[in-house]
Design a protein around this ligand. Sequence first.
Ligand code: SAM
Ligand code: SF4
Ligand code: SF4
Length: 328
Amino acid sequence: MDLITDKYKRVIDYLRISITDRCNLRCIYCMPPGGIRPIEHKSLLSYEEITRLVEVAARLGVRKVRITGGEPLARKNLPFLIESLGRIAGIEDISLTTNGLLLKQLARTLASAGLNRVNVSLDSLYPERYRRITRGGDLHDALDGIAEAEKAGLLPVKINVIPMRGINDDEIEEFSLLTRDTALHVRFIEFMPTGSRDLWSRDRYIATDEIRERVSELGALTPVRARKSGPARYFRFNGAPGVIGFISAITHHFCESCNRLRLTSDGKLRPCLFSETEIDVKPALRSGAPDREIERLLRLAVEIKPERHSIASQHTFDHLKPMSKIGG
Ligand code: SAM
Ligand code: SF4
Ligand code: SF4
């Protein structure tokens, strides 16, 4: 099996797959109040098309896939896709990023279909504030979803929190302390200027260094060595069952160890989160092109993957699509 390595000697073994750009929430940092004009259903890759692409990608060395969106649990028959992906030789890990609202109903079925793990986005532990940040979400549904995911063995359950100054940054300590009592992995993610240009500002944004300083005032943090931690740096309080992660999307670049490609829900391979360069694989998938053509497009996406990309140095963010379109 051929592991694809790019020009900068990075092994590309991870594919993030967005299966929809629709969502049952309208988080203030991700979408405008009225939502965004969704991609037409016929333009979405079918589960069969996604599976075929992953089969070819697995032959090139992709080992891990993550399903995301929009809200992936809002697309019908997701367990069918998970099962199909689980049957592909070479795929070792299937995970999901979700707002968790539908996990209560779906966690067990997804686990039986072969899903390994979930990440749940959760930006407040207070019902009213959660409702405001998500523009209508019910915190209890998200918490029930997290509990159900744990029961279904989708472990470790990782909680993604975006601290925003003046909105939820007073909860940094409370979120961190959850890891003393539970086995949750709480990950703080830097607020990025995508899909939220009216809300994002340098004052609102909080660098992970500052978040980490505040967390370490609660107790000493010991680094946790993860086999492959990707962009996150992990720590734990002494003796704590849970883990705290810091993801510095803006301040500390992890481009030198970037191992991923993204697939948008309408079939574009996106080599870098912050670059609008995309390769359309849908025409090849829909015209009955042979596997070697799909392979050529995958290799091309790897070949044009930039060495790095910095949004920290940019003055305008107008070209950045909202995360719900790219897949986060
Ligand atoms: N709907 C699912 C969810 O919320 O987890 C999956 C898709 S969402 C676009 C994926 C991730 O992108 C979430 O963890 C979300 O918090 C993150 N995200 C969206 N907008 C962001 C922003 N402006 N800055 C940082 N992260 C963002
Ligand atoms: Fe939906 Fe996720 Fe975006 Fe929130 S962050 S609006 S849940 S896609
Ligand atoms: Fe990878 Fe691009 Fe993100 Fe750097 S900015 S870590 S190259 S996706």
